[in-house]
Design a protein around this ligand. Structure first.
Ligand SMILES: [Zn+2]
Length: 354
């Protein structure tokens, strides 16, 4: 399988790297950066496959040779992969992440919280790339979400970036490249990715889930150009979405939030996802309030949303949405998700009684 076919859009980045391969000027280290769901992981894997391919076609992977096949399943012995993980990662967890990533780089789990890339794992990868290649071609080391590297790990990597072993390609991916050590970043050639355009995301959703264009477009808008998030909204989000809607309804109705049953109902659901859905629902209510129902993403739940939009003025909803977005951003700063959800609840409760 040709991993290039998995990379959605990003024509400019593809042109840039293709040129490097055709001219035989692939640098020792590349930094693929861009927002979540833009395809950093897909492109990193496609780069690795091309670099290791035994008979490249116009510089890119053929998708058919044994090297390409084992790259596609992430079982290539010369393809080494690091990603943010707990310090004690069991072999089962490792295999399950690799499998998810090989299956679909856009939907594989994403790092969160206090995960990191430790110096031990960086050193182990350095030892592996220093050995003679198994297949006789090159060697590739991929660092997913490289900004999660702990400082000592980044310093260790710097040595390899300064004196890379012959025939080695290092690919770093980052969502926030400014968090990388400047010395690491300056040694990589950068490949920037942009958020996927709404119509591109909608087109992919329509084909994959066989949903009407209007719905695909609305979900694509709600995803903000994040392909992984868009898939999730179509696939598994429904149940979490229901709970989030109940969360809003309870805030709308409850006499005393402290007595609200909602906390019991939310048990077992990830707070991050609940919060994400609360934002999506309120965004829909805001659009209804503005009088643009055709832009609403989840029209089947319109009853509650209509009531909500009648109760709260669009301007108040808009400023609440901005505030809730800021609260949601606190999650990435290691704030416990339950606290953030509590805060949102209180604000929501106040909003409905404002
Ligand atoms: Zn090949």
């Amino acid at each position: 399988m040709k991993i290039w076919n998995l990379v959605i859009d990003q024509a400019e980045a593809k042109r840039l790297v293709r040129k490097m391969f055709i001219l035989g000027r692939v640098p020792h280290a590349l930094l693929v950066w861009g927002p979540p769901g833009s395809g950093r992981r897909a492109l990193a894997l496609a780069l690795a496959q091309s670099f290791l391919c035994e008979s490249p076609v116009e510089g890119l992977s053929c998708g058919k040779c044994s090297s390409c096949l084992s790259s596609a399943s992430l079982e290539h012995p010369d393809l080494h992969l690091l990603w943010p993980a707990p310090t004690s990662l069991s072999p089962e967890e490792e295999t399950s992440f690799r499998k998810a990533l090989a299956e679909d780089p856009y939907t594989a789990p994403r790092p969160s919280g206090s995960l990191g890339i430790s110096i031990d794992r960086v050193r182990a990868l350095q030892r592996q790339v220093a050995l003679h290649p198994y297949y006789g071609g090159g060697k590739v080391g991929i660092f997913l979400d490289a900004e999660y590297m702990r400082p000592e790990a980044a310093n260790a990597l710097l040595k390899t970036l300064e004196e890379p072993p012959e025939g080695t390609l290092l690919v770093l991916t980052a969502f926030r490249p400014e968090r990388l050590l400047p010395t690491v970043r300056s040694r990589c050639q950068e490949v920037p990715l942009h958020p996927l355009p709404t119509d591109v995301v909608a087109g992919v959703l329509k084909e994959r889930f066989h949903i009407p264009s209007e719905k695909a477009l609305a979900i694509a808008r709600a995803s903000g150009g994040d392909m992984g998030k868009a898939y999730k909204l179509c696939e598994v989000g429904k149940e979490v979405g229901e709970r989030a809607l109940e969360f809003i309804e309870m805030a709308l109705r409850a006499g005393n939030p402290l007595e609200a049953l909602i906390w019991e109902k939310l048990e077992g659901y990830p707070s991050e996802e609940i919060l994400e859905w609360v934002l999506l629902w309120l965004r829909d209510a805001f659009l209804l309030g503005l009088g643009v129902p055709e832009r609403v993403a989840f029209s089947d739940e319109r009853g509650t949303l209509v009531r909500l939009s009648e109760k709260v003025r669009p301007e108040a909803l808009e400023s609440f949405l901005q505030e809730a977005q800021r609260a949601s951003d606190m999650l990435s700063k290691n704030m416990p998700a339950r606290w953030v959800l509590w805060y949102v609840w209180w604000r929501l409760y106040g909003l409905f009684r404002g």
